[in-house]
Design a binder for this molecule. Structure first.
Ligand SMILES: [Zn+2]
Ligand SMILES: [Zn+2]
Length: 538
């Protein structure tokens, strides 16, 4: 049986979603083994943090360049079995998602890197069917499309991102699902010929839009919006079967009720409002955490007047490099990542800005301030491309999730954060989804304009200097432009809420410069003598 891979999802048809059915999603060890997982072939398990100098935790390495078990073929996989929480009726949708990173040397022939879900009955004894998707083509495409020549050379261009397989349970009898991520025909070379995995999930999802009904055409966006409560601009509240009164607060429990009318209704913050305060990071009281702590309210949203008020602790919910960067894995950034108490306001309805201007090549016109200019759907802030005035851009200073902490210990992105786990796929098959909002309330979309077309190279609807363009369904919207200035936004298209400016200036990061890199501007003297603190990370 063959299922198509699904790109679009409809919200609201199944109510709340997001509970992970995998019992050990972070691959934690028990007696040195990943509890609940089976490794086969040329696959190893270790603490990737120690290996990669990132806050990655434990994980799997699929080795495409080494026949470590000497069976004369380069093949490997990791799998886990799910037996609880499987829907009791057929036709329910689930998403098998991994967080993975394909190092530059990772190579396979015939597209043989795959995600697979196998279905079993009678307590897992009787195999019934399976569904599988190959993801190597996506990796090759992104190596090309998202390439940024400014990336830190030591780290290389690889980034952490989500890969997923959406499927529906084919039979009622299923009591066991086996999830496998694996490869064969490995032809990688060198030490970095590996694919890393540090997170595995199986979550129930709403029925994808085009499968909501097989008998009639998919419902029009306007029809489903009609059942929702209009908040303002393109924002809606979806009450589902519940109260039609607007909730006081949107958090991780009801994030899927806060709807933004893109080309279809979407819930931008779903599964993105919680995070972890990692060991070595600093809490709000200035104390360095000695162990990982779950933070359920990393992002909360209130509707106040004609604004959305975001309360964000600004903790990235994905791997980061280890900061302070005492190993000089990146640029020797001396700052830690700190939990913040940020409040940001964006207008529900973007307001026209008649005085708008875009940054010139070095932002000498100060069209965008230093410091925060918007936020991603996980609550982490966007900065302009510059770390300090006149530097070409800060791309080379960032970790493999496209971020780093500022001197005020605020983690931030200067370019497309591929690691941000949006509630949607963004795999270059159609126009990208929303990945965040600028402070003027205008949405920021991912890099693609259409299948096979990056927005930065669109001829039919080119981006202007603000990195913005207009289409009928989405209105005005920014796009991120990998490898191309200004990377996120080039200036505010709309008016921003002045409350976002009334805070202590958050300076962009000023760290040491790699040898051979020429400064474009002068660094303030007090920054020049900054020293990396002695190692005391954990
Ligand atoms: Zn577009
Ligand atoms: Zn920075």
């Amino acid at each position: 049986m063959k299922y198509p891979i699904i790109l679009t999802i409809l919200f609201g048809s199944l109510g709340l979603h997001g509970e992970n059915l995998v019992t050990n999603p972070h691959l934690l060890p028990s007696n040195g083994e990943p509890d609940g997982y089976i490794l086969e072939g040329d696959t190893t398990y270790s603490d990737l943090t120690r290996l990669r100098k990132e806050t990655t935790g434990h994980g799997i390495r699929l080795l495409s360049g080494k026949d470590i078990n000497k069976d004369k073929s380069i093949v490997g996989s990791v799998s886990t079995t799910v037996t609880t929480g499987i829907p009791q009726d057929s036709g329910r949708w689930l998403r098998f998602r991994i967080r993975g990173l394909a190092q530059e040397g990772f190579r396979v022939e015939n597209d043989e890197l795959y995600l697979k879900a196998g279905f079993f009955a009678q307590n897992g004894k009787v195999p019934l069917d399976h569904i599988q998707t190959r993801i190597y083509g996506l990796i090759e495409r992104e190596r090309n499309d998202l390439r940024d020549p400014g990336t830190n050379r030591k780290l290389g261009p690889a980034t952490w991102r989500s890969y997923s397989l959406d499927f529906r349970t084919p039979f009622r009898e299923i009591d066991t699902i086996r999830l496998t991520a694996g490869f064969s025909n490995g032809i990688g070379k060198g030490d970095n010929a590996e694919f890393l995995i540090n997170e595995i999930e199986l979550i129930p999802i709403p029925t994808p839009l085009k499968y909501a009904s097989t008998k009639s055409p998919p419902p029009l966006v306007n029809t489903s919006l009609k059942e929702m409560i209009h908040i303002g601009g393109r924002w809606y509240y979806n009450p589902g079967d519940g109260s039609r009164k607007l909730p006081e607060l949107f958090n991780h429990r009801n994030a899927d009720r806060l709807i933004y009318a893109s080309n279809r209704p979407i819930a931008p913050f779903t599964n993105n409002m919680t995070s972890w305060l990692r060991a070595g990071w600093v809490d709000r009281n200035g104390k360095i955490a000695d162990k990982d702590r779950f933070v359920p309210d990393n992002l909360n949203i209130r509707i106040t007047g004609d604004s959305l008020a975001f309360h964000s602790r600004n903790l990235p919910n994905h791997p980061t490099a280890i900061f302070p960067d005492i190993h000089r894995a990146v640029d020797g950034n001396p700052n830690r990542i700190q939990e913040k108490d940020n409040t940001w306001y964006i207008p529900l309805k973007p307001r026209e800005n008649k005085d708008r201007k875009a940054m010139d090549k070095r932002n000498t016109n100060r069209a965008l301030p230093q410091g925060p200019i918007g936020l991603a759907v996980n609550g982490v802030i966007f900065f302009n491309p510059f770390d300090h005035i006149n530097e070409a851009d800060a791309v080379w200073r960032m970790d493999r999730c496209c971020g780093h902490p500022s001197p005020t210990s605020a983690y931030h992105y200067h370019k497309y954060p591929v690691c941000v786990k949006t509630p949607w796929r963004d795999e270059g098959e159609e126009h990208s989804p929303v990945i965040g909002f600028a402070f003027d309330g205008v949405p920021v979309y991912g890099p693609y304009e259409a299948k096979g077309e990056l927005a930065k190279s669109s001829r039919a609807n080119p981006l202007n200097d603000f990195n913005i363009h207009h289409d009928e369904k989405r209105g005005w919207h920014y796009h991120v432009t990998p490898g191309q200035y200004p990377h996120i936004i080039g200036g505010y298209w709309g008016k921003i809420d002045e409350r976002n400016r009334r805070r202590p200036p958050a300076r962009n990061n000023i760290g040491p410069r790699p040898p051979g890199q020429r400064p474009g501007g002068r660094r303030p003297p007090q920054e020049r003598s900054r020293r990396i603190p002695s190692p005391r990370i954990r």
